[in-house]
Ligand binder design. Structure first.
Ligand SMILES: Cc1ncc(C[n+]2csc(CCOP(=O)(O)OP(=O)(O)O)c2C)c(N)n1
Length: 571
């Protein structure tokens, strides 16, 4: 076992060294005082130096770390300022928590000391009023672990514990608060195990008996179906799902996908379910395999017969973090998606009749061809309209996609049309749905994958929640060119739909007018980005959209600037 001895000046300096030794590339959001002091020390500059990225708003920092991890599987660090900064970052932490995104959140805390002669002791008015009896209490439900560094010699073990808990499955954010005087406390050196002795990477494969039971159920099913939201979180999981579905001819539905879970042209792909849509396939199924899906269907909207057998697979298929979740599970497959799916596939190979498999696949394909023709007809119709429909907008965006494209979507993307290809080609929002994630997550992905071409699709509501000036500033300052497409329908369509579905035939539905869901002013969003050196364009006519989008993409590709297209869409 070996240790790296780092000479340091303070606790803050030690935190910087440990983050670097543990492979953290970025610190999003700035840093607390003595960490800034450490980063100013030229002796600390080396090939592993952490990239500090200032973000004007905490929502941006947290979502950037989220995006970076989603694209790479490498947890990053985030800085939140005291109670107030933590409050601003909380929406992003809730998103990260439900999406199982590990990140090391470091928060400043008011100094403990009030007396003279202690570095970092209280000397700013806010340090009394910002202090909380229990700073982490406001986010404790959404982090896996929180701790306050209380004395200097704890720093290594606290940081090691943070990495251990964040990266142990199911992963999630952790929160460390550090009083300014503890952060400034002098330290001479720290000893850090290299390599780490807090290894959490492991392989969990579902119980063999349960795998046999699941294979029996799937093999004897007349109408089996697979439903997933996050099987494509890893490339291995995505490949394993493709193989399983091919082996049994099992159709796959993606329910509010967070990743690209199956290639869209895969013969078993049955389509996507977004928001509160339901698929009639589920009511017909006699066996449902739920793979990495917290909410596979809405019991209030579909009638799943009692006789339908349900298999649930994932590292925590019961989503124990969620206060309420009412889905049956006849066969639990508790394990990593990739390995457990592969085990299931190998059991099914000897159990599935080849004819049945072929028949299923050809019926999926017939259905898909029919649906895709219908979709083409609908797009062709919309092309002829003057106003821009979401369908036509998605079609025009699909013409921009290259092998380097990554779509980051906060709701308006239609995956039937955009057809994300590779395993890392699509990222959707956390099911927590805290709006304001998309643009910053896209920036985090761009930091992680500088050669990728990011297309970020947002609703106008989502764009507002993203703290857009903060995001545009980061894009400009860090040279992160990307294409931002805002579907500007002038308000909150989802909220309108929710009112109508809760009160069908009610006052709002009858009047065909839903109060408090439209913005009173339609902003020229395209002008905001120009304040940050970007390119902006607004488009209102269907026949102009394609050329406007192409010009914006050209600016991103050739001029390496951020570009925003404000598409005035019909609801
Ligand atoms: C932080 C936050 N506040 C409020 C909501 C509730 N909410 C859900 S969808 C929605 C509207 C989003 O508007 P937009 O992005 O324009 O998409 P549209 O519904 O118009 O398609 C709102 C306000 C939320 N999810 N997150």
């Amino acid at each position: 076992m070996s240790e790296t001895i780092c000479s340091v000046e303070t606790v803050g300096d030690a935190i910087v060294q440990i983050l670097q030794l543990r492979g953290v590339n970025c610190l999003f959001g700035g840093a607390p005082t003595s960490m800034i002091e450490a980063l100013a020390n030229p002796d600390n500059v080396n090939e592993n130096s952490i990239r500090g990225i200032v973000t004007p708003h905490e929502q941006t920092s947290v979502a950037m770390a989220h995006g970076y991890y989603a694209a790479t599987g490498r947890p990053q660090a985030v800085y939140l300022y005291s109670t107030v900064g933590t409050a601003n970052g909380l929406n992003g932490i809730i998103n990260a928590s439900r999406a199982h995104i590990p990140m090391i959140v470091i928060a400043a805390r008011s100094p403990i000391a009030e007396q003279r002669g202690i570095a970092g002791a209280r000397d700013i008015h806010v340090q009394w009023s910002q202090e909380s009896f229990d700073q982490a209490s406001m986010l404790r439900e959404y982090v896996k672990w929180d701790y306050e560094i209380r004395q200097p010699d704890q720093v290594v073990s606290v940081m090691e514990r943070a990495f251990e808990v964040a990266t142990a499955e199911p992963c999630g954010p952790v929160y460390i608060s550090v009083p300014r005087d503890v952060l400034a406390a002098p330290l001479q050196s720290i000893a850090v195990d290299t390599p780490s002795r807090r290894i959490t990477k492991t392989r969990v494969i579902a119980d063999p008996e349960m795998l046999d039971a699941a294979a029996d159920l799937l093999a004897s099913a007349k109408h089996p179906i697979i439903i997933t939201s996050e099987a494509g979180r890893t490339e291995g999981g995505r490949n394993a799902l493709a193989e399983l579905s091919e082996t049994g001819g099992f159709g796959v539905l993606e329910a509010s996908p967070v990743y690209s879970n199956l290639a869209p042209e895969h013969p078993c792909h049955l389509g996507y379910i977004f928001a509160s849509q339901v698929s009639p396939d589920l009511e017909k199924a006699d066996v449902i395999l739920v793979v990495d899906s917290d909410v596979p269907w809405f019991t209030a909207r579909v009638n799943i017969p009692k006789s339908t057998r349900v298999i649930q697979l994932g590292i925590d298929p019961f989503y124990q973090q969620l206060p309420m979740r009412g889905f049956p599970c006849d066969v639990p497959l508790i394990g990593h998606t990739e390995y457990s799916l592969n085990e299931l596939t190998s059991r099914l190979k000897t159990r599935i009749n080849n004819e049945t498999r072929k028949e299923r696949i050809s019926s999926h394909q017939m259905r898909r061809n029919h649906q895709s023709n219908q979709l083409k007809d609908a797009i062709a119709k919309d092309e002829k309209l003057t106003a821009i429909t979401p369908l036509w907008a998605n079609h025009c965006i699909s013409q921009l996609i290259s092998s380097e494209s990554i779509i980051v979507n906060e709701y308006p993307a239609d995956l039937r049309i955009l057809q994300p290809q590779g395993s890392n080609s699509y990222f959707g929002p956390s099911h927590a749905g805290g709006l304001g994630w998309g643009l910053a997550a896209a920036l985090g992905i761009k930091v992680a994958k500088p050669d990728s071409e990011i297309i970020c699709t947002l609703g106008d509501g989502a764009y507002y929640y993203c703290a857009p000036t903060s995001c545009h500033e980061v894009a400009a300052a860090e040279n992160l060119p990307l294409l931002i497409i805002v579907f500007n329908n002038g308000g909150w369509n989802e909220v309108k739909k929710s009112v109508i579905s809760t009160h069908p035939g009610g006052h709002a539905a009858r009047a065909n007018s839903v109060p408090l869901t439209s913005f009173g002013y339609r902003a020229d969003f395209e002008k905001i980005v120009t304040a940050f050196g970007g390119y902006g364009a607004k488009v209102e006519k269907a026949d102009e959209l394609q050329s406007v989008l192409h010009e914006a993409m050209r600016v991103v590709r050739e001029e390496k600037r951020q570009a925003l297209v404000n598409i005035i869409t019909q609801v």
